[in-house]
Structures are given as C-alpha cells and as structure tokens.
Design a protein around this ligand. Sequence first.
Ligand code: IVH
Length: 677
Amino acid sequence: MVDVDPVTREEALALCEELNRHNHRYYVLDNPTIPDAEYDRLMQRLQRIESQYPSLKTADSPTQRVGGEPLASFKPVAHEVPMLSLDNAFSDDELLDFNRRVTEWLKLSGSLEYACEPKLDGVAVSLLYRDGVLIRGATRGDGAAGEDITENVRTINSIPLKLQTNSPPHLLEVRGEIYLPRAGFEKLNTEARTLGEKLFVNPRNAAAGSLRQLDSKITASRSLEMAAYSLGRIEGLVQPETHSETLELLRRWGFLINPHVEVTADIDGCLSYYRKMVDIRDQLPCDIDGIVYKVNNLYLQQRLGFVARAPRWAIARKFPAQEEITLLKEVEFQVGRTGAVTPVARLEPVFVGGVTVSNATLHNQDEVARLGIKVGDTVIVRRAGDVIPQIVSVVLEKRPVNARDIVFPDHCPICHSPVERVEGEVVTRCSGGLICSAQRKEAIKHYASRKAMDIEGLGDKLVEQLVDQELVHSVEDLYRLQIEQLEGLERMGKKSAQNLLASLDTSKETTFPHFLYALGIREVGEATARSLAQHFGSLALLCSSTREDLLEVTDVGPIVAHFIHEFFQQTDNLDVIKRLKEAGVHWPDIMPQDRQLLPLSGQTWVLTGAMDTMGRAEAKERLQQLGAKVAGSVSAKTSCVVFGADAGSKLKKAKKLGVSVLNEAEFLAMLTANGLL
Ligand code: IVH
C-alpha cells in the first residue's frame, strides 16, 4: 500500500468537505456560490488524489455519488433505471483518450461512429408515458430518486402530453433537459429588476427555480423548453439499433430534439464538431456548456456499460466556462451621455466565455445594494452570448476583513457638479449638463456613431482628444475643424485628417430619422426616431408638437413624450440644431403621401436564425426601411418570418400558425425587388 503523507490526507479531507457543501448548495438549495468551472477543478483535484491513494476514497466522497438528496416539498420518485451523470473531458487529448479506452474495451480495429450533441445547460428530467400518455414527470435528484414535478412539466409546450403515434409502447421513459432560452432568461430578470425582486444568476438556475414551483401557474409563465436526449425504462418497444435513430423516433413522436445533433463517422469528426460549436455558441438561443459524445450503436453502448458515476460509452467535452471567479479590485464611476453616473467594476482579469474580462458594469446603486458587493470581494463573473459581462454574485465566505463599501459620489467625478437621484428612478445623474465634459464627449460620440450621422474616422479616442484640447465643445464645432488643428493630434497624419474632413462633409447629407437619433434625445433610440420622422415628416412639425400629439406616435408613451417635448422646449437645443443646419447639415422631409406608402407599412416581421450574407442588424434596418415593425417573437399577428441557418422554435411556431416564411434567398430577392440591394 502506498504511504499517504499527512498534507495530502488533509487536502483530500478538506476537498471532500468543500465539495459536499457545494453539492448541497447546488442540488438541494439551488443556490450555488461558486462557478461550475471552479467546482470541476476541485473535483478533478480530488479525483487525482484518490486515484493516486485509493485508501483516501471514503464512503462520503463526492466522487462516489451522483448528487444531493431530493427536497421534502415534492413527492419523491424512485428512478428504476438510475439517472447517471457524465464524465468530463477538458481537452482534445482527453477526448482522444476516451476514444482509445472505448475502442480497446470493444477490441475494435476500425473507427467508431459517435452521436454529437450540445450539452444543454438546464435541469435533467424524466418523463413517463403509459400507453402513449404522459403520466409522470420527475427531476433527476440524486440519480436514484428525484421529485415528482408532473404538474409543472405539463405546462411546458415542447413536452408532448400524448405521443404522436397510433401504436405507442406500453411504457416509455423519455429523458432530456429542461432549460430556459436566453431570451426568456433576460425577460425574467428584466421583470424581476423592475419589481425589485431577486435576480436569477443564470438560465440554468432560472430553469431549476421555475420547475421547483409548487404553483404550476408560475412555471407556465416561464418560457421553459425541453429537448429529449435518451430513453430510460421501456416496455413493448423494439428499440432502433442506434442512438440517433432513437432520437429520430422521439422527434417523430413529438419531442423537441436539439437541431444541432450530428452523427460523425469517427473521433476526428467529433473534434471538428467541437470547434464548429465553439464558434457558434454565442449565437445559439440557449446556453450550452459543452458537447456530449455518445457511441452511436446501442448494442455497443450495452457492451460498454457503466462505471460508478457515469456510462463508459459517453463523455462530456466541456466548453470554456461562462462563469468564473475573480477579484473586485476597485470601483470607478463613469458619466454617460445623459449624465448617468455608472459604477464600473475593475476586476482582476479573468478568462470567461472566450474573452478576458477586466471590467464589468455594476449598473446603478440598486444593483450594488442587491448584490451586497464590496471592494475586495471575490465575485462570480458571467459572460454568455453577446451580453456584456455581468457580476452575478459575491462569494461571501471569501470576503476579506478589510473589504470596503462602495460609496456613490455626491459630486460628478468629471465636472464636480452635484449629482442627483430623481424619485422613482434608479439612476444617479450629474447635474452639469453641457458643462460636464464627460457628457459632451458621449454626446459627440453618439452623434458621430454609425446609426446616427455615420462620421467615418471619428472614433472615441479622437473625440476625447478633441474635447480635452477644447477644439470641439459641442457637435456643431465638428464642422468648423481645420486641417491644421487635426494634424497636430495624436495618431493623426495629413491623410487621415483629410479623410476625416471629407467624411464630416459627406455626413452633412443625412436623413430625418438619422438626424433625430443623432440629437441624443433621452429614450429616443433608432426605432423611435424613425417613428417620429414618419409621423411628423418634418422637423418644424415635430418641434411644434404637443405632448398629446407625441402620444399618437407608434411606440411613444408618456415618459418618452415628456423627454421629446422638453428637448424641443430648450432654446439651447434649438440653437444647436440651427447652427448644424447653418453648417450645411440637411435632409429631405418625408412627404405625407410617402408616409403610408411604404410597402410593408403596418406589417410585423420576425427574424430568426443566422443568415450567411447579411447580419441581423442590417436585415432589421432593411425591413424597417420598408415600413415593417420588427418583433422578437412570433404570434398569429406576425406578417412574415425570415429564417436563416439554425432557425428553431420561431420557425416552427410560424409554420404551426400558418404565418408566411421566407428563406435567405427569398428575403434577399424581396429586398432587391424593393430596390434595397
Ligand atoms: S446524456 C447517462 N445528453 O448533462 C447519460 N446529458 O453531466 C446521461 N445534459 O444530467 C445524460 N445535455 O442534465 C446527456 N445531450 C445531452 C445532455 C445531457 C445536457 C446534462 C444532463 C445530465 C448531465 C450530465
């Protein structure tokens, strides 16, 4: 027997204790305090020690069991066929090792076919169908017993209540993952934020929380989905020969099967599948935390069998984590275009979701209070999809004694004017207005941006120099810039100075909606600017409109109407507009007869999936140019759905509702026919 040194013994004990604690938090309390990646690392470390010193493998070691105990509040359900977990591979080499182990076990000389599936980040579920009818839904729990959540799973639209077949098996247990797509997660948290409620840290927690509701009406209000990925108990079914055929069968019977499931001829195919999925991960509608590879042949699966925790025939290849742990080093305050003072977290740089993150917004005072965060804290940072990095929680147990409260300034950090917090608003604002150089800089950056006046070559750094050196005070000064002034600036040669002057000149010829948006009126984004322009047709009419007139405009409510009205009441603003026009900024008015005549006026379109030749932003703008409203979800009122690759539930829904659909080629042809391409 190998002698164990006391230091290693201590470490193993500590790891056991720590992992069990996190396990309990994760599985029972549904409130993890460390990211999965950190958990995986601790688990790997313990596994390594235990394989080196088998005598350290205790009965309560987390490596020996699958999860935690079920909660008391739901009826327990025993799983006749245990719901197992998966072993992890963290690199190409570990995946190749897996393939080697499998091939050797099976004594195969040739290559082996694998089913490759996204590893959906949600909650595993078991659904039992007797004679084709759903009779029970259960969570995985600790793998041996879970909780009865039948009433809740019944509310999930993608779960068939009855199998779509005339000859269902006598008994069928379907397993899969219940998850909350990112859009549903963002919506849920936006609502919670407005109501001042606790936020969910990630879509998986939100899915778990939504399922663990005693009131199934609450579950029904969350847009949960389920994708099926395997079978448990079966009676009266002749199983197909492969896993992929089983999924096909389930798809036919009415289950949602993830659209990215693929079969590869060998392990090399698995490696390229991984790379492909890493590339499109951010664009997927839901979080995935890796890839699951399964030996496709079910007879071979049976021969391979199981070890304690997991099957020998499958492995999960983990993605770079979307949540990581890091240190909050400092909080600084930034001032935006409308004077909003935003706390920005300066972090110990950390690699998360595929990029190195060193800053994250803390939004506002309410968010800081909600997180209960202090400078010096260890925090969990999440970056998923194209959403900006967020701090989702604080690891309180790691708070140092000298952690510091985050104190909001009572004066603007830039111009030192007093800050104010309006009743009922979450934002703290600098009262300096155009005295404040930070606000002026942001206003100019906004004016120059692509969706506004589109001044090519006038980037953020340049705007900062122009304001700092007092060459530009307000947007109209841009048009008075001289070549000599520009040449003196950092990183600005003669050629780029000339180019900038030329693009300033070109930008003078604009459109009414672009100009309106460029003015930076509070709450007036691109879409509102477009509606206003369409509605009033000319600046003169808009300027003289009353609040009541403004309320008639599509998408304009009382708050937005107030901001617009107030903007045009202020003589300073009117002076700026006058001077811009004097400098040569111009646009054609929109004639009344043109306003209603746009080919897609009154229609609502939806974009889904990725197109090869056009980005989402451009497609949206084109549709809006034709008068359509672009919405995020499909309903019976939708006029048309444009779909690209990987289109999923929205396309399905459109087809179900009989809404017309266009593929990429048809969409491009429609744009060409309308003179937009
Ligand atoms: S197969 C015995 N396939 O990952 C095989 N699991 O770590 C067990 N998961 O509890 C599951 N997507 O919640 C399988 N396509 C997929 C999956 C998947 C997500 C989850 C599942 C399971 C966990 C295992």
